[in-house]
Design a protein around this ligand. Structure first.
Ligand code: ADP
Ligand code: ASP
Ligand code: MG
Length: 409
């Protein structure tokens, strides 16, 4: 007998009927002889609706109260799913994040899980109950309710699986697995049988919304086997596992993309040792995440610096630069929005030079100009105009034959 953590996302629990369907999937697992802990998200688009509602009350809601509001979404689902399980004759109990012992940092809106005191969950499992836990939430050391960032129920599930030493964590969602790229965007995207933790972590960090990046981090750190699969269909999904267990080492396994990117250029900075640390320290202090950074020295003993940020952070970035102008001594700041980041990811890139060149060539054939580039061992990211994003993803999907090699006749 094993212990399985199952996680069901918003669309999978979007109505009473879907919740009854989830209850049946849970019971199937139980009837296979496993103990089951279930993590659920808020129903359908509830979280978005709650955010909107807060915006109708005030333009500047406090982060504490936003967390208080948003965590109610998951609380609705845990109670309904538990009732559905009980209705079908199974013993079950629901727990909020704090009842399940999920302790987090005190940062509202994007807290990290620090520890899980799983005693209460384990005690209920021992009584033979299905334990249903609210995703996306925890409690800080000072007793405040926190949330883990949008999409964070995945992280609750994997962290619980690690704490409970579960045999497996299944992430049930509205697609049948992890695809070569978002199947809602590229029609011939192909479902992957498996993907490594490292590749999945890159894809998730680079915008593939199918898994919360911290969930993949937990899975890798604690070696939890993960499977992403459909809550509606029975077919097996995508296994996320250690590289060494995988059969193939594809040059490009997937493509991720993200819109609403802005490039900021700070021109005419003095070429001093302190310019760069000061700028990035100030931005970090204001919780602004900087992504790609390019620096080039001019021949007037100054430096031009460009970096990319999420467009939602543009106003605060400009304000931070302006506030520190006296200290930084730059000439001007320019910015360009309506950009997107398109990235190719694959662990086989390490041993295959020329992948970046192939990517740039394919984009240039489509007359898509590249504004910024960043690479790591297993990814190449390009920043391009947002209007070219889908075309770029489709082109790269074909270039790297991600739909499968054409069959020779
Ligand atoms: P849930 O509510 O179950 O957590 P999400 O909406 O967070 O579901 O994640 C599933 C969605 O992720 C899919 O509907 C799909 O549009 C999107 N997605 C993005 N990239 C990928 C990918 N590479 N493979 C599969 N789905 C992807
Ligand atoms: N309900 C939260 C959200 O919509 C958490 C999650 O679904 O994972 O972001
Ligand atoms: Mg999700």
């Amino acid at each position: 007998m094993g212990l399985i953590v199952q996680k069901f996302g918003g669309t999978s629990v979007g109505s009473a009927e879907k919740i009854r369907n989830v209850a049946k999937r849970v019971i199937q697992e139980k009837e296979r002889g496993n103990e089951v802990v279930v993590v659920v998200s808020a129903m359908g688009k509830t979280t978005d609706e709650l955010v909107k509602l807060a915006g109708e009350v005030t333009t500047n809601p406090s982060k504490r109260e936003i967390d208080m509001l948003l965590t109610t979404g998951e609380q609705v689902t845990i109670s309904l799913l538990t009732m559905a399980l009980q209705h079908l004759g199974h013993d079950a109990v629901s727990f909020t994040g704090w009842q399940a012992g999920i302790q987090t940092e005190g940062v509202h809106g994007n807290a990290r899980i620090l520890d899980i005191d799983s005693a209460r969950v384990l005690a209920e499992i021992e009584k033979g109950k299905v334990v249903v836990v609210a995703g996306f939430q925890g409690v800080s050391e000072s007793g405040e309710i926190t949330t883990l960032g949008r999409g964070g129920s995945d992280t609750t599930a994997v962290a619980l699986a690690a704490a409970l030493k579960a045999d497996k964590c299944d992430i049930y969602t509205d697609v049948t697995g992890v695809f070569t790229t978002d199947p809602r965007c590229v029609k011939n995207a192909r479902k992957l049988d498996c993907i490594s933790y490292d590749e999945m972590l890159e894809l998730a960090n680079l915008g593939a919304g199918v898994l919360h990046p911290r969930a993949v981090e937990f899975a890798k750190n604690y070696q939890i086997p993960l499977e992403v699969r459909s809550s509606m269909e029975m077919e097996s999904g995508t296994i996320i596992e250690e590289e060494a267990n995988m059969e193939d080492n594809l040059v490009v396994r997937g493509i991720a993309f993200e819109n609403q990117i802005t490039r900021v250029a700070v021109l005419g900075l003095p070429q001093s040792l302190t310019s760069l640390p000061t700028i990035f320290m100030k931005l970090a202090e204001n919780h602004i995440n900087v992504d790609i950074i390019i620096q080039s020295n001019t021949n007037e003993n100054t430096t031009d610096l460009s970096f990319s940020i999420k467009t939602q952070d543009l106003n605060s970035t400009l304000a931070v630069l302006e506030e520190n102008k006296d200290q930084l001594h730059f000439d001007t700041v320019k910015h360009e929005s309506e950009l997107a980041k398109v990235s190719i990811v694959g662990s086989g890139m390490v041993s295959n030079p020329g992948v970046a060149a192939q990517m740039f060539e394919a984009l240039s054939q489509e007359e898509i100009s590249i504004k910024m580039v960043s690479t790591s061992e297993i990814k190449v990211s390009t920043v391009i105009d947002e209007k070219n994003m889908v075309k770029a993803v489709e082109t790269l999907h074909d270039t790297f034959e991600l739909a499968g090699r054409p069959v020779k006749s």
